[in-house]
Design a protein around this ligand. Structure first.
Ligand SMILES: CC(C)(COP(=O)(O)OP(=O)(O)OC[C@H]1O[C@@H](n2cnc3c(N)ncnc32)[C@H](O)[C@@H]1OP(=O)(O)O)[C@@H](O)C(=O)NCCC(=O)NCCS
Length: 426
């Protein structure tokens, strides 16, 4: 078997032999296929549905088999045995840390959690009802002004310092944005607490001398962070890579990722699931709702995925976390509707035929709500979890000799050369 693709251009009758590598052909190889002096052939792929933009050794997904692995480790094992910071180390460095490496990594993260007081004032400048994602995006971007040497991206030590800072400061920025929206005083980081326990304390501490969250809730949030830590070339990661390809500093690149995540097609689906469950109100209304979905009136939010066509492995793990959280907080009344909805949908031919299964967002909103997060904070939680993934992908990008500034082609559909018309003649 030869790893090539034979192509005949029927416009010219000429034959071409294109190399196939890793199941892909190089789009640049198509350029030689041309008619006369016209530009060579290109591919047209809005939304990159079948175009690989990079080589990556970080996350593997097999959507048909429902497999998700970080650096080769199945997500199920990481969610059960690991911590979010250990998983972050793995994503960034390619291997699980030794005990010494982990201790030093956790120590470094812990001691970079504070933010400059001016940045606090910057957050204070937002309106009382500013959306926390807008505040997060702006304050991540503002970090670049506090660390101007971050633009020296070719120095590995410097890159590592910015990566540490960003993973450390993300929960602080997210918590300050939340407290601002609530009109509550900001709570400074507590270095005695773990990454996630400290985040919860910065969010919810009031007058008590030390805030202590329930260990089961801390573990559930850790699991959610782990599940969201990376998902290969999704919309926000592509944004980070695309902006990062201009060789800008990592804060500016990650701010672009936060912006992409803010959109309802990406980070906002779990909020939509909650709204849908509230609208259904009672299990008695489920059959009517399902009929509406099948009739094309609306979507069953939290079902279906572009990549997973068998099951979303993250959804299975989240269901278990749901049980643990509700043991502490009491059952969210919407859970019954969600469970019944899932049961009916999984047996219904419409959903079976289209390979529609619950995705990560079907249950995550219920957990976040049980943890007392308002819906606007859901995407902030996603952003904190995704930060190590964005940075691992950015780091891979800046060290990849094959990468160039991202600059797609277009098919021009507008009018060609014409003379300017003075305003009084238009
Ligand atoms: C995730 C999603 C955008 C993937 O979209 P996609 O890969 O482009 O899949 P398609 O839109 O081509 O869907 C294929 C078929 O399933 C149907 N479908 C997909 N998701 C559906 C849903 N949640 N409810 C009802 N029908 C759905 C489509 O209408 C289409 O039906 P058709 O073949 O009769 O036209 C889509 O499943 C969706 O919108 N889900 C709800 C939102 C959500 O939960 N997003 C979070 C993702 S983690």
């Amino acid at each position: 078997m030869t790893d090539t693709l034979s192509v005949r251009d029927n416009r010219t009758g000429r034959d071409y032999e294109l190399a196939i590598t890793d199941g892909t052909i190089r789009a640049a190889d198509l350029k030689q296929i041309a008619v006369g002096d016209e530009p060579g052939l290109a591919t047209y792929d809005p939304g990159f549905v079948n175009t690989a933009s990079c080589r990556s050794a970080i996350t593997f997904i097999d959507g048909d088999a429902g497999i998700l692995e970080y650096r080769g480790y199945p997500i199920e094992q990481l969610a059960e045995h690991s911590t979010f910071l250990e998983v972050s180390y793995l994503l960034l460095n390619g291997e699980l840390p030794s005990q010494d490496q982990l201790d030093s990594w956790v120590h470094n993260i812990t001691y970079h959690t504070f933010i400059h007081e001016n940045l606090k004032q910057f957050i204070q400048g937002f309106r009382y009802d500013a959306h926390p994602m807008g505040m997060l995006m702006a304050s991540v971007s503002a970090l670049s002004t506090f660390y101007p040497t971050a633009s020296n991206i070719s120095d590995p030590e410097n890159r590592q310092l910015q990566i540490t800072r960003m993973i450390a400061k993300m929960p602080t920025l997210g918590a300050f944005a939340y407290r601002h929206q609530q009109g509550k005083p900001y709570v400074y980081p507590d270095n005695e607490l773990s990454y996630t326990a400290n985040f919860l304390a910065m969010l919810f501490k009031m007058s008590e001398p030390a805030y202590k969250a329930d260990e089961r809730l801390i573990k559930a949030l850790e699991v959610l962070f782990i599940l969201h830590a990376d998902h290969e070339q999704n919309c926000s990661t592509n944004a980070v890579r695309s902006v990062g390809s201009s060789q800008v500093d990592p804060y500016s690149a990650v701010a672009a990722g936060v912006g992409a995540l803010y959109g309802p097609l990406h980070g906002g689906a779990n909020e939509a699931v909650l709204a849908m469950l509230r609208r259904i109100r009672s299990t008695d209304n489920i059959p009517d709702f399902i009929e509406g979905v099948k009739g094309g009136k609306e979507k069953l939010m939290g079902f279906g995925h572009r990549v997973y066509k068998n099951h979303d492995p993250r959804a299975t793990i989240i269901k278990k976390a749901c049980d643990d959280v509700f043991e502490v907080t009491g059952v969210n009344p919407l859970l019954k509707i969600a469970q019944e909805l899932e049961k009916i949908a999984l047996e219904d031919e419409y959903f079976v035929k289209r390979k529609l299964y619950p995705n990560v967002d079907f249950y995550s909103g219920l957990i976040y709500e049980a943890l007392q997060f308002p819906p606007e904070m859901f995407t902030v939680l996603f952003a904190i979890g995704r930060t190590p993934g964005w940075l691992a992908q950015w780091s891979e990008l800046v060290q990849d000799k094959e990468q160039k500034i991202a600059r797609p082609k277009q098919i021009y559909t507008g009018i060609r050369t014409r003379d300017f018309v003075p305003i009084n003649e238009r």
